[in-house]
Write a protein that binds this ligand. Structure first.
Ligand code: AMP
Ligand code: ZN
Length: 469
């Protein structure tokens, strides 16, 4: 197998990837909280994870990709590190939309899968829901209580971070500093400010749609415990790679490590990889920030969702990417140029017949295996197109690269141009102008057609239209 280098957030350095089992990779990615549409910010992270999976598969690894669906327990205060505050995002949205939580979450799960597929994100092998794994979460909490890592207070069961001496190892925060210098108030009988909820009791004055019996009383699981319980169920107590967005490092993933390693006594995941934020004017793109765009916004603006996928390739996943419509537009233009080149090659070659060029393949592999350098991989794509390889070999090589790029090059076909009445009329006027040898008028009409996105070519069979990109 060829060498693959990844940046491991655990230890904050580039490391050679070595799987636990030869030829096999266990990969867990934190999935969406399904109370609303996933934003293009969220999708930047899922696309990075898709490049990761595809890169591993391109290197001939079999990847067991698990992504959870958070449909309970994610509180509005969770990302701030105080798992004692806020409302359950899903319950809150269901009440607002006057739906049952199950109708609400199913709707957003379906939307998420549809948008993911429009972005050519490969479907994870397992997509477990938190509400389907309540027992697994209860079992883990029981174990943590038995081992003395958790304690019960009036409103729930909490993990005691002071008992887990390695707390902070992912984000580089020292436990004693975290305990002493806590800037948030210790509320409701918690021992330490950053102790987080494993189980919350249903509030006495609130009727929750989602609540379950537990040995300690009716309630619901905290957000972090679901990822530990489900990753362990599907990938084992010790697995290869755990991913998420950069915001998860300091709280969610730190908590996942603490509760998993405390309950099993084993290393949880060997590699932790995090995608940096999609920004809008200096702020994180987010639902709660009110600056989020969706896949449906791309479609509404007449842009191919894959233009967004292409856009994300230009900026390394560990660097923040500022979202602008101009940027997506430019990516759309570049993507169409690529599509046109592929279509032209397909026309000449008449099918995929050539051989994959090993020289370019080596360069492509060196880029993706170097901590997913997709921008460099894209430049190998354009170099291949410009090279003096035969058309057959170019096409075969690029279609092979697309296993990682995921731009749908193999199935790409010439789109039929829709002849609107306006285009039909212009074509007819141009035909008359040419018959009268009024070439100035014919050129005029050609320019009008161009502004409608089509180019007219005069051939032996008359006027033919081509799409302009
Ligand atoms: P959530 O649905 O809020 O739990 O987030 C789903 C995933 O998207 C997580 O891995 C987050 O870290 C990630 N994420 C959230 N906002 C952004 C953003 N603006 N850019 C990139 N990733 C994000
Ligand atoms: Zn998670």
């Amino acid at each position: 197998m060829k060498k693959i280098i990844f940046f491991n957030s655990l230890g904050r350095k580039l490391e050679e990837f070595k799987p636990l089992i030869d030829g096999y990779v266990s990969l867990y990615c934190c999935g969406p909280t399904v109370y609303s549409f996933a934003t293009l910010g969220n999708f930047r992270t899922y696309i990075f994870e898709d490049f990761l999976r595809r890169t591993l598969e391109y290197n001939n690894y079999q990847v067991n990709h698990v992504m959870n669906i958070t449909d309970v327990g994610h509180l509005t205060g969770d990302n701030l590190g105080d798992a004692n505050i806020g409302l359950d995002k899903v319950e809150e949205a269901a009440n607002k939309e006057k739906k049952t939580v199950y109708d609400l979450t199913q709707f957003y799960i379906d939307s998420f899968l549809k948008d993911s597929s429009a972005l050519n994100i490969l479907k994870p092998k397992v997509i477990p829901k938190a509400t389907d794994h309540i027992q697994e979460q209860i079992n883990m909490i029981k174990k943590l209580l038995e081992l003395g890592y958790a304690y019960q207070i009036e409103d729930g069961i909490y993990f005691d971070i002071s008992k887990w001496k390695e707390y902070g190892k992912l984000s580089g925060q020292k436990l004693n500093e975290k305990l002493a210098g806590a800037r948030i108030e210790v509320k409701g009988g918690k021992k330490n400010a950053y102790d987080f909820a494993l189980w919350k009791f249903s509030p006495k004055d609130v009727v929750r749609q989602m609540e379950w019996d537990s040995p300690w009383g009716k309630g619901f699981p905290g957000w972090h415990i679901e990822c530990s319980a489900m990753s362990i169920k599907y990938l084992g107590e010790h697995f290869d790679i755990h991913c998420g967005g950069a915001d998860h490092i300091a709280v969610h993933h730190e908590n996942e490590i603490a509760q998993s390693e405390a309950s099993t006594g084993k290393t949880f995941a060997n590699y932790w990889m995090h995608g940096e934020f999609m920004m809008v004017d200096g702020n994180r793109m987010g639902k709660s920030q009110g600056n989020a765009y969706l896949v449906s916004d791309l479609i509404e603006k007449g842009l191919n969702p894959l233009a967004f996928r292409y856009l994300t390739m230009n900026t390394h996943y560990r660097i923040q990417l500022n979202f602008t419509w101009q940027g997506v537009q430019a990516a759309n233009t570049a993507l169409n140029r690529l599509f046109n080149n592929i279509l032209a090659l397909k026309k000449i070659v008449g099918g995929v017949k050539g051989e994959i060029n090993l020289n370019f393949k080596e360069k492509f592999l060196n880029s993706i295996n170097n901590d997913l350098n997709m921008a460099e991989a894209l430049s190998v794509v354009w170099d291949t197109l410009k090279s003096n390889l035969s058309d057959e070999d170019k096409l075969a090589t690029l279609i092979d690269f697309d296993l990682v790029l995921g731009l749908g090059l193999k199935d790409l076909e010439e789109e039929e141009i829709e002849i609107t009445p306006e285009i039909e009329e212009l074509l007819y006027s141009r035909k008359l102008a040419r018959e009268k040898k009024d070439f100035k008028e014919a050129d005029n009409i050609r320019n009008q057609l161009k502004s409608l996105g089509v180019n007219v070519v005069d051939g032996p069979d008359g006027q033919k239209l081509e799409r302009i990109t």
